[in-house]
Design a protein around this ligand. Structure first.
Ligand SMILES: NC(=O)c1ccc[n+]([C@@H]2O[C@H](COP(=O)([O-])OP(=O)(O)OC[C@H]3O[C@@H](n4cnc5c(N)ncnc54)[C@H](OP(=O)(O)O)[C@@H]3O)[C@@H](O)[C@H]2O)c1
Length: 251
C-alpha cells in the first residue's frame, strides 16, 4: 500500500507509518461513497477496500435482500482470504430526489410512493445492512460502522420544514443507528456505530439544491474529512450523530 497522500496536520515525517487496520467496506459507490473508497485506498491504513452497490460484482441492491446477504458472504470470504478482520463499514447510500419525485415543500405534495421509496433507500436498506454486515465486525478490538445520514434528519434542528420524506427517513435511520450501537456494544466494547452528516457535497443528490451561500464541498474534500473523522472514532462516540468535523449533532 502507498503511504497516505493526505497527511493529517498532527503527523510528522518521523511518525510511524499508519497501523494496518483490516478490511474496509464501502456500500453505495455514488458521489461520496466512491470518493471515500478512493481516499481509503490512498491512505493505505485499511486493506482490502471492498466496494458494493447496484453496479458492482457481486451486486448489492436494497430491492433484493438476497443480494445483501450474498454480498456479506462475499465480504466474509474476502476477509478470510486476506487473513484480516473487517474493521470499517461505511454506508453511503441515500435517496433525495428522482423518478419518485422531488422533495416536498408542503404536506399537499406528500405521495405514498415517494415516502415509501425514501424510507426504503434511506432507512430500510441500511437496516438490512446492519442485519447482514454488523455481525461481520470482530468481537474484539476497535472497529467502526459509519452510516451517512443528514442534518435535516435531526428533529431538534428542524426549523425550516419541507422535505418530509427525506427528513423522516433519515430520522428513522438515526434511530436504527442508535439502536444498533447498543446491540453492537454488547458484542464488542471497542466497537463504534455512528450516524454521520457529510455536509453539503457536490454530487447528483445535492445538485438541484445547491445554491449560493451554502458551503458546497467537493466529494474528494468531503471524503478526506469523513475518513479523517472516522479514523479518530473510539467507543466513547458509539451511538452518536456527528458531522464531518466530528461535532455532535442534536437528534
Ligand atoms: N451530497 C450531499 O450534499 C449530502 C448531504 C447530506 C447527506 N448526504 C448523504 O450522504 C450519502 C451519500 O450521498 P451522495 O451525495 O453520495 O449521493 P449519490 O451520489 O446520489 O449516491 C447515492 C448512492 O446510493 C445508492 N443507492 C440508491 N438507491 C439504492 C438502492 N435501492 N440499493 C442500493 N444502493 C442504492 C446509489 O446507487 P447507484 O449509483 O446505483 O444509483 C449511490 O451509490 C447519502 O446517505 C445522502 O443522504 C449527502
Amino acid at each position: 500500500m502507498t503511504p497516505p497522500s493526505t497527511t493529517p496536520p498532527s503527523r510528522t515525517a518521523s511518525d510511524e507509518p499508519p497501523q494496518a487496520c483490516g478490511a474496509a467496506v464501502v456500500i453505495g459507490p455514488g458521489g461520496i461513497g466512491s470518493a471515500v473508497a478512493q481516499e481509503l485506498q490512498q491512505q493505505g491504513r485499511h486493506g482490502p477496500i471492498l466496494c458494493l452497490g447496484r453496479r458492482t460484482e457481486p451486486e448489492l441492491d436494497y430491492a433484493q435482500e438476497d443480494s445483501i446477504a450474498n454480498s456479506a458472504a462475499w465480504v466474509s470470504d474476502q476477509c478470510a482470504h486476506a487473513g484480516v478482520p473487517l474493521s470499517l463499514l461505511v454506508v453511503a447510500t441515500g435517496y433525495l430526489h428522482g423518478a419518485q419525485g422531488q422533495p416536498e415543500r408542503s404536506w399537499s405534495h406528500l405521495q405514498a410512493d415517494q415516502l415509501a421509496h425514501s424510507f426504503w433507500v434511506n432507512s430500510i436498506g441500511p437496516a438490512l445492512i446492519m442485519k447482514h454486515f454488523l455481525p461481520l465486525l470482530p468481537r474484539q478490538g476497535p472497529c467502526a460502522a459509519v452510516f451517512l445520514s443528514a442534518k435535516v434528519g435531526s428533529i431538534a434542528d428542524n426549523q425550516l420544514g419541507g422535505w418530509y420524506a427525506y427528513r423522516a427517513a433519515k430520522a428513522a435511520l438515526n434511530q436504527l443507528v442508535k439502536t444498533a450501537s447498543i446491540e453492537q456494544a454488547r458484542r464488542n466494547r471497542q466497537a463504534v456505530v455512528v450516524a454521520l452528516h457529510p455536509g453539503t457535497v457536490d454530487t447528483a443528490l445535492s445538485a438541484p439544491f445547491s445554491k449560493q451561500g451554502l458551503n458546497v464541498r467537493s466529494s474528494q474534500e468531503a471524503a478526506r474529512q469523513i475518513v479523517q473523522v472516522t479514523s479518530t472514532l473510539d467507543a466513547s462516540r458509539n451511538g452518536c450523530f456527528i458531522d464531518y468535523q466530528g461535532q455532535e449533532l442534536p437528534w
